[in-house]
Design a protein around this ligand. Structure first.
Ligand code: FAD
Length: 546
């Protein structure tokens, strides 16, 4: 597995970069190209530390919480509270550069599932809002410290739930506590010869509980599946008591209630333990780059892999814009030579496809690679160098975001998914919406897109936006995001893997219908009758009377 920097400061919410945003660097040639391509001017927008309001947590509630978790684990100092103020979306990061910020009144750190249950019961008793906080990598406002109709709000930090509880090698199931961050999960499982195979770009910070709560999808989803496919069981603390689900690999005992918890974003309960399907660590890995001429040819290749038995672990297709950005940011003589080579091979609009295989051994890997490549034609092979380059940099993207924000760039991503027959229409609609919203005199946005999760019936689309920041950066991005969400509505899902949170809540009813919203609201009412859990996220519609 790629070594990762797992020393990120968990409280440095203003940045992804271990030593702060100043540690991130934008190469000179990349900055020059951005100025030329987008109209970026030289503006510095450093992180500034906002004022933190006094904690509104009542004294009796504080004492009750301290009796459960210990005095030192009810933390009300400004730095700790600021460190649990929101997630890592562009708007979240912008808030640390002079914007408005919602700060929790305290950060409460229970040590085990029983303590989580008692904290929730205490918050119900004192009518305090609870925001479950895993790695805090939400990019949809999922960990925003909203208090709803409550007088105070706590961030329920799950970092101390950091244990591997058990491993069942016969069934290949491991039980992990919810606060285990992904690198630790891999380390602990590796000691038993297993991997989870879940590698989202937020790998370095995000937690097992957060993955389950958001229906996360990792970069190797083609081989290992989405996170919800790995969940065999959950242990959940709710205001109505503890709930345990998952006794068999499959069941006809009514609807799958476990899947009601998976994706519930802390609005129905706090996941304290997750039982997960694990797999033996692969002994052989190989990553390659292929170039197709044009988006249509690339999509046809990815669809063939998804529908006709491609046996890869990673499938990632960049559109012409993303491929061009990648080439340009890399720069250097090798890229110049590559461009010349592709032109000579008749490639007019390069689209990079990264394929990764993981196998039991070299023979298994070779068989998988053969089965995959047999389905493809009309590509130019770039060999392992391009695949390995992607693999080595696959968790590094967020650091560039810090440097770009320092340089005055609005940089954000959004994602969706749809069926193959509508994929092109969806990509075109979102691109147009973003370009129309963000193009102004002197600002020429870059909108790049890739497919990184594909299925027999469709695929996800992941957009990256780069544009010079305007004088009203919040409105600039809010308007663009609204335009994109409206373009998505009716053509695809409002989120393939980032979840609903605050940001997508207004669009949920369009997707699941008013009846769907009512069903979610009634489940919420049953499990969380006084509405202490994660106000303003996921369930914001009707709450029918009993
Ligand atoms: C740079 C970057 C790259 C990303 N790449 C990916 C990617 O490749 N794939 C992907 O799927 N996502 C990605 N994300 C989004 C994010 O990492 C995922 O949503 C992740 O699953 C969140 O995990 P977390 O532990 O950080 O959860 P948090 O951000 O702490 O919480 C997310 C939501 O779940 C709730 N929650 C957290 N823990 C629990 C719990 N134990 N019980 C109940 N509710 C809980 C929170 O209240 C919140 O609503 C990315 C984010 C960033 C910033």
């Amino acid at each position: 597995m790629t070594p990762v920097a797992d020393h990120l400061d968990p409280y440095a919410r203003a940045t992804w970069t271990p030593a702060g945003a100043a540690d991130a660097r934008l190469p000179a040639h990349a900055a020059g190209w951005l100025r030329e391509r987008t109209g970026l001017r030289d503006v510095r927008t450093p992180v500034v530390h906002p004022d933190v309001p006094e904690s509104a947590l009542p004294g009796d509630a504080r004492a009750a919480l301290a009796a459960i978790v210990g005095d030192e684990h009810v933390r009300a100092d400004a730095r700790t509270r600021l460190g649990r103020s929101g997630g890592l979306s562009y708007l979240d990061l912008l808030a640390h550069r002079g914007g408005r910020i919602d700060v929790p009144d305290a950060v409460v750190e229970p040590a085990d599932p029983d303590a989580v249950q008692r904290v929730i019961e205490s918050c119900v008793e004192h009518d305090i809002a609870v925001v479950p906080f895993g790695g805090g990598t939400s990019v949809v406002g999922g960990v925003k410290a909203l208090r709803g109709d409550k007088a105070a709000v706590i961030a329920l930090d799950l970092a101390r739930l950091d244990r591997l509880v058990s491993v069942d090698p016969v069934s290949r199931i491991a039980v992990l506590q919810a606060g285990v961050v992904a690198p630790d999960a891999e380390r602990m499982l590796a000691a038993h010869g297993y991997t989870l195979g879940h590698f989202p770009q937020s790998f370095e910070r995000a937690t097992v509980g957060g993955f389950a709560a958001t229906r996360s999808s990792g970069q190797a989803s083609a081989g290992y599946g989405r996170f919800e496919a790995m969940v065999e069981g959950v242990r959940v603390a709710t205001p109505r008591g503890e709930w345990r689900l998952g006794v068999a690999p499959a069941s006809a005992a009514g609807p799958d209630l476990k899947q009601l918890v998976v994706g519930s974003e802390g609005a129905f309960g706090v996941i304290t333990e997750v039982a997960l399907r694990v797999r033996p660590i692969p002994k052989a890995q190989r990553y390659e780059g292929l170039v197709f001429d044009g988006w249509a040819a690339g999509v046809a290749a990815v669809r063939a892999l998804a529908q006709d038995g491609g046996r890869c672990s990673v499938v990632r297709l960049s559109d012409p814009q993303e491929t061009e950005v990648g080439f340009t940011l890399k720069g250097g003589w090798k890229i110049t030579a590559l461009r010349r080579y592709l032109r000579a091979r008749g490639v007019v609009e390069p689209c990079l496809l990264v394929l990764g295989w993981e196998g039991r051994d070299k023979a298994d890997l070779a068989a998988r690679r053969r089965a995959t490549l047999r389905l493809l034609s009309g590509y130019v092979s770039l060999g392992t160098a391009a695949g390995e380059a992607w693999r080595h940099g696959r968790f590094a993207g967020p650091r560039q975001r810090d440097a770009l924000m320092d340089a005055g760039v609005c940089v954000e991503t959004l994602e969706t998914a749809t069926h193959w027959s509508r994929l092109d229409a969806l990509r075109a609609a979102v691109r147009t919406a973003l370009l129309d919203s963000l193009t102004t005199a002197g600002r020429r946005p870059i909108v790049a897109c890739h497919i990184s999760h594909s299925y027999e019936t469709g695929a996800s689309l992941y957009f990256t936006v780069l544009v010079p920041r305007s004088d009203d950066p919040v409105a600039q991005w809010t308007d663009a995001k609204r335009a994109a969400c409206e373009a998505i509505t009716g053509l695809g899902t409002i989120s393939h893997h980032h979840a609903v949170g605050v940001d997508h809540a207004p669009y949920l009813a369009e997707e699941i219908g008013g009846l769907g919203v009512d069903v979610l609201a009634s489940v919420k009412r049953e499990l969380d009758p006084t509405g202490v859990l994660n106000p303003g996220k996921l369930v914001v519609g009707r709450r029918p009377a009993r």
